[in-house]
Design a protein. Structure first.
Ligand code: COI
Length: 414
C-alpha cells in the first residue's frame, strides 16, 4: 500500500536495471495520415493469447496497519499493494500482462503521452458486501466506455474480457483493501496511455494499460452536503466534435481554471454550459446533473441528453433506471439556465443533484452566475435525491436486490 510514498521502499527494485534513457529510442514512425478505419482496426478481441504473470509484493501490510489506513482513507490518496500492467503494440496486440507490486513508473521524457496527452481512464468501485464478499458495480459498462474513449483518442481498444479479468486479478490479491465502512469502497482506476517515445504527432504505436486501486471514502470531504455552483460562461468544457464524451485527462485539465474561477466566486463547483450559446446546462465539474420537478407521485427527473459533448455517466444511466423503478418519470432532454432559475423561483423545480461514480449523488443547494444567484429548494438535500442515493447504495452494498444485474461478484476473500 502507499499513501503517496510507500513506507516499504520496495519501489527501489523498479528503478534498478533500467535501460538508460539515452539508449531507449522511439521506434521509427513514418508520420502521415491514418484513416479512421485504421484506428478502429486497432481493436483486438482475441484475449486468449494474453497470459498474466503474477509477482506478489515481497512485503505485505499487517492487518493492523491496513485497518488503521482504511479507517480514514480520504479520496485517491491511499493505494493498494498491487497493480496490473499490460502492453500493446501493433505487432503483438495486447501482451505482457502482469500483476505486480504497486510502484512508480519510469518514463522516458520523450514518451508521447507527456506531450500530446493521448490517454484515457475509467473510475469504478468495488464494494464490500453484507456477507463479506466483494462486488464491482457495472464493470461491463465501464469496460464499454473505456473502449469508446480509447477509440476517440486513437488508442487501441482493450477487450471487455481483459478489462474485467484485470479487475478480478487485482481484487484476488488486494481484496483485503476493500473497506467495509458504509461510505467507503475500493476505487478502481484503469488507464491507458501512449508510451511510444516520439515527439512526432501520431497515434502511438506503443501503449501501456495500468490498473491501480485506491481505498476511498467520500469524494467531497464534507460528504453529501449540498454544493454551491458557478455557471461558467467564460470557459467551455467541450464542443461538438471534440472529446467531451471521452473520459480523457485533457477534459479535466481544461476545466481546472474554470473550477478556480468558481472558487473565487465562493462556489464549490463549476457548471458547464454548451459552448455555442452558453445557455444549455451540460455537466457539473466531472459529474452529470439531474433536475427533479414536482413532488409526491408527480415527480419527474430530467437530465441533459447525451449530445456528444457530455460524459455518458454510468451512475447517470443507473439513476435514470432507478427513478423509473421507483415509479417516477425519468427523461433525457435539455434545460437552459433561465429555465433552471425560473423553475427554482416558481417552485416547480424542487431538487437538483450531481451524480458520478466517485461522489454518487451530491445535492446542489445554490447557484451563482454573472447574472444573479438563486437557491434550489430550501438549499438542503432533497428527498428524491436522497432516496435515489440510498436505493443505489443499497444495491451496491448488497443490502437490496439487484434487479438490473449490475453487481459483478468476485471470488470471496477470507
Ligand atoms: C466520477 O465520479 O465518475 C469521476 O470520474 C470523478 C473522478 C474524475 C475523480
Amino acid at each position: 500500500m502507499s499513501r503517496c510514498r510507500s513506507p516499504f521502499r520496495r519501489w527501489a527494485s523498479f528503478t534498478k536495471a533500467r535501460t538508460p534513457s539515452f539508449l531507449s529510442r522511439g521506434r521509427a514512425h513514418k508520420p502521415g495520415l491514418t484513416s479512421v478505419s485504421d484506428y478502429s482496426s486497432r481493436v483486438s478481441t482475441d484475449t486468449s493469447a494474453v497470459d498474466f504473470k503474477t509477482t506478489p509484493a515481497a512485503e505485505r501490510a499487517s492487518a493492523a496497519t491496513r485497518d488503521r489506513l482504511l479507517a480514514n482513507p480520504g479520496f485517491g490518496q491511499l493505494f493498494s499493494e498491487h497493480m496490473v500492467r499490460m502492453s500493446w503494440d501493433r505487432e503483438r496486440g495486447w501482451h505482457d500482462a502482469e500483476l505486480r507490486p504497486y510502484g512508480p513508473l519510469q518514463l522516458d521524457p520523450g514518451v508521447s503521452v507527456l506531450h500530446y496527452a493521448q490517454a484515457v481512464f475509467e473510475g469504478l468501485k468495488a464494494y464490500r458486501q453484507q456477507d463479506g464478499g466483494i462486488a464491482v458495480f457495472r464493470p461491463d459498462a465501464h469496460a464499454a466506455r473505456f473502449r469508446r474513449s480509447a477509440r476517440r483518442l486513437a488508442l487501441p481498444e482493450l477487450p471487455d474480457a481483459l478489462f474485467i479479468e484485470s479487475i478480478e486479478r487485482l481484487l484476488s490479491i488486494d481484496g483485503e483493501w476493500v473497506p467495509s465502512a458504509p461510505e467507503h469502497s475500493l476505487y478502481l482506476r484503469p488507464f491507458m496511455y501512449a508510451s511510444e517515445v516520439s515527439l512526432s504527432v501520431h497515434p502511438s504505436t506503443e501503449v501501456t494499460f495500468l490498473l491501480i486501486a485506491s481505498p476511498s471514502g467520500s469524494y467531497f470531504p464534507s460528504g453529501v452536503k449540498p454544493v454551491t455552483v458557478w455557471l461558467s460562461e467564460d470557459f467551455s468544457r467541450a464542443a461538438p466534435g471534440g472529446t467531451g464524451e471521452a473520459k480523457t485527462g485533457g477534459n479535466y485539465a481544461g476545466g481546472l481554471l474554470a473550477q478556480a474561477q468558481a472558487a473565487e466566486q465562493g462556489c464549490d463547483q463549476v457548471v458547464w454550459l454548451d459552448s455555442k450559446e452558453h445557455r444549455w446546462v451540460e455537466e457539473m465539474g466531472g459529474m452529470n446533473l439531474c433536475f427533479v420537478y414536482g413532488a409526491g407521485r408527480n415527480v419527474r427527473l430530467l437530465t441533459p441528453a447525451l449530445t456528444g459533448t457530455l460524459l455518458p455517466g454510468v451512475t447517470r444511466d443507473a439513476l435514470l433506471k432507478l427513478t423509473a423503478d421507483l415509479g417516477f418519470k425519468a427523461e433525457e432532454g435539455r434545460i437552459s439556465t433561465d429555465e433552471w432559475r425560473a423553475g427554482c423561483e416558481d417552485g416547480s423545480l424542487t431538487e437538483v443533484f450531481a451524480c458520478g461514480t466517485a461522489a454518487v449523488i451530491t445535492p446542489v443547494g445554490a447557484v451563482k452566475s454573472a447574472h444573479g444567484s438563486w437557491a434550489v429548494g430550501d438549499g438542503k438535500p432533497g428527498q428524491i435525491s436522497m432516496r435515489l442515493r440510498q436505493s443505489l447504495v443499497d444495491i451496491q452494498r448488497g443490502s437490496a436486490p439487484d434487479p438490473h444485474g449490475w453487481m459483478h461478484r468476485v471470488a470471496r476473500i477470507v
